[in-house]
Design a protein around this ligand. Structure first.
Ligand code: C2E
Ligand code: MG
Ligand code: MG
Ligand code: MG
Length: 284
């Protein structure tokens, strides 16, 4: 009986794997088509506000890519970024996202302080990445480079074959800032903090949601904020959904907040409208 059930388990596993592979191949095909199309249409970038905990003013925006399919559906990055990383298509995809992010920051330069862009391990390892970045910044001399923030996750360090720390030092020498994304979820967060020249810590939403009523989360957040501050880094709390989270994060002194409470990722036109309202609400 054990053997039979083992065999069945194996079969289920294989079927699931086949579905996953088919999805991956479908995702790759969709992505190739999107990259071949008018990228602003097929791969729109959306923006989510990052606000001052003190005033509620929008100070920054995280760039989050989407895919618009032929039949008009909008797909989230979870459905195609993994395939992009596996196939190397993340390189042209990432270039497109960077170009779009900087184009919007130029347009909003008087209203928005900074824009952040997610960068995957594969992109960072690419020898052409730093020249690309330098070229794009040179083409936008009106922007101080520190207004661009690159968000890196811990897997970038683990997965990498090149010396990521050295690569990040080079990027920082351009003046671009580095944020540690999903901070606290990997198993080497403290090593990371020690070795990576980061400017901003992004507290993962798993520590943030429900913080007001969870003493452990609150302790972790206070400790990380203290660490960040004593290392001269800023901090953003991700996944802020409830007014009670906002209150608790203000009390522990987290400077920047991001989450559905303030706004979901949205198309640029809608973000720009929100930016105007934010300015009117907070400018005397
Ligand atoms: P991330 O960088 O950690 O981005 C935050 C994700 O959390 C976004 O999901 C955002 O919509 C979601 N989020 C924000 N606020 C809340 C909240 O209050 N509650 C909850 N439950 N979720 C919230 P999204 O847009 O689906 O992106 C998922 C991930 O895909 C990102 O995680 C990032 O790792 C990756 N990604 C997105 N755009 C790009 C890109 O252009 N390049 C690369 N390499 N990765 C990207
Ligand atoms: Mg991010
Ligand atoms: Mg994150
Ligand atoms: Mg995340």
């Amino acid at each position: 009986a054990a053997k039979t059930s083992g065999g069945n388990r194996m079969k289920v596993f294989n079927d699931r794997m086949r579905v996953a592979v088919q999805d991956r191949i479908a995702a790759e095909k969709l992505l190739r088509e999107a990259l071949d199309g008018d990228r602003r249409q097929t791969l729109p970038v959306w923006f989510q506000p990052i606000v001052s905990a003190r005033t509620g003013e929008i100070l920054g925006a995280e760039t989050l890519v989407r895919m618009r399919t032929g039949d008009g559906r909008i797909l989230g990055p979870g459905l195609f970024v993994p395939a992009a990383e596996e196939t190397g298509l993340i390189v042209p995809l990432g270039e497109h996202v960077l170009i779009e992010a900087l184009r919007h920051l130029v347009a909003w330069r008087d209203e928005l302080r900074y824009i952040s862009v997610n960068v995957s391990p594969r992109q960072l390892a690419e020898p052409d990445f730093v020249p690309l970045l330098a070229g794009l910044l040179a083409a936008a001399p009106e922007l101080e480079p520190g207004r661009l923030v690159l968000e890196i996750t811990e897997t970038a360090l683990l997965a990498s074959t090149v010396d990521i720390t050295e690569r990040l030092e080079t990027i920082k020498s351009l003046g671009v800032r580095i944020a540690l994304d999903d901070f606290g979820t990997g198993y080497s967060s403290l090593t990371w903090l020690q070795s990576v020249p980061a400017d901003i810590v992004k507290l993962d939403r798993s520590f943030v949601a429900g913080l007001a009523t969870d003493a452990k989360k609150s302790s972790i957040i206070r400790a990380v904020l203290w660490l960040a501050q004593s290392m001269g880094m800023s901090a953003v709390a991700e996944g802020v959904e409830e007014a009670s989270d906002v209150q608790a994060l203000r009390e522990v002194g987290c400077p920047l907040l991001q989450g559905y409470f303030f706004g979901k990722p949205m198309p640029p036109e809608q973000f720009a409208a929100g930016l105007q309202r934010s300015r009117m609400a907070t400018t005397p």
